[in-house]
Design a protein around this ligand. Structure first.
Ligand code: NI
Length: 300
């Protein structure tokens, strides 16, 4: 079906649904459909700048992305009208109201990351569109936390679409400038880095969240047996250091790689994982022990 037809059908469905409660864009008098078409506009431009981008799919997801969260639309209804791919995407883009508020975004991001990059793109497009002058009743704290959340979205999804990641980064900086939000250095703290010489794995803390990212270009030199999908696999977002560390060790042979940096506040924790690793007889002769001993215990 032509993209124009997919667009027409999705926007008519979504606009009708959001109209039921006469929903407006928060802080404005504009009908909600303006938000939806803005997200779709970002997606159309991203499609022009991206390779292997399923524009028809992405446009539908963009227009329908808030129907489950904000209207009486049911997954069954979406399934019947738009198919299972779109339904799955819109579900991932919807917060699970049964979870505590602080966990809802991380949970949604984790579900988005299991799906195609077009879904990642829609979430970034949504936040780009929403980084607008905030509703007048928002206080500075609310503005700051919305900004922090945008940083988290960018960190978790940027690998999904270069064009939108770049747009979102620009919006985040612009928003900080406009609303006097200090871009603190501790927004992103490097906790652990292994690899080095241009290819590395980094475990970072962003606000209260932990995630690891890899520089995949030269990682293969360090771990030649890594498969393509492992090189391109991305970390989930975690709420504790231990969760992130366990997942990182599950994916990469961290202690067989060259240590580059360990954050002093997390050294104790890294040491306990290192001890568990070296005491496992399976790992004998597999580790870069001297370098690790030096970094963790200052021996050399
Ligand atoms: Ni939205």
């Amino acid at each position: 079906m032509p993209i124009q037809t997919l667009y027409q059908e999705a926007i008519r469905f979504a606009a009708t649904k959001h109209l039921v409660q006469d929903q407006k864009i928060p802080g404005t008098n504009l009908p909600y459909v303006v938000h939806l078409s803005n997200v779709a506009m970002e997606i159309l431009l991203a499609g022009e700048h991206s390779e292997k981008f399923d524009l028809g799919f992405a446009v539908q997801v963009a227009l329908l992305h808030d129907t489950l969260e904000d209207t009486d639309t049911t997954p069954e209804e979406l399934l019947e009208r738009f198919g299972d791919g779109v339904t799955e995407a819109v579900s991932a883009l919807s917060k699970n109201a049964k979870l505590p508020k602080t966990e809802q975004m991380v949970d949604s991001l984790a579900r988005i990351r299991k799906l195609r990059p077009e879904v990642w793109a829609v979430k970034m497009a949504d936040r780009i569109t929403n980084l607008q002058p905030p509703p007048s009743h928002w206080n500075q704290e609310k503005i700051n936390s919305y900004h922090e959340e945008a940083i988290l979205i960018h960190a978790a999804l940027r690998q999904g679409n270069d064009y939108l990641a770049y747009r979102l980064e620009g919006k985040i900086l612009e928003y900080a400038k406009m609303y006097d939000i200090p871009m603190r250095k501790e927004d992103r703290t490097l906790l652990l880095e292994v690899g080095g010489e241009g290819g590395s794995i980094q475990l970072v803390k962003i606000k209260d969240y932990f995630l690891f990212s890899t520089d995949e270009t030269t990682l293969r030199e360090f771990v030649p047996e890594l498969k393509e999908e492992e090189l391109t696999s991305k970390s989930d977002v975690f709420t504790s250091f231990d969760q992130a560390m366990v997942s990182l060790l599950d994916k990469y042979p961290v202690f067989e790689l060259y240590p580059v940096a360990v954050h002093p506040d997390f050294r104790k924790q890294v040491i306990s994982y290192y001890r568990a690793f070296v005491s496992n007889p399976w790992h004998k002769g597999k580790r870069s022990s001297e370098e690790w001993e030096e970094v963790l215990f200052g021996k050399g």
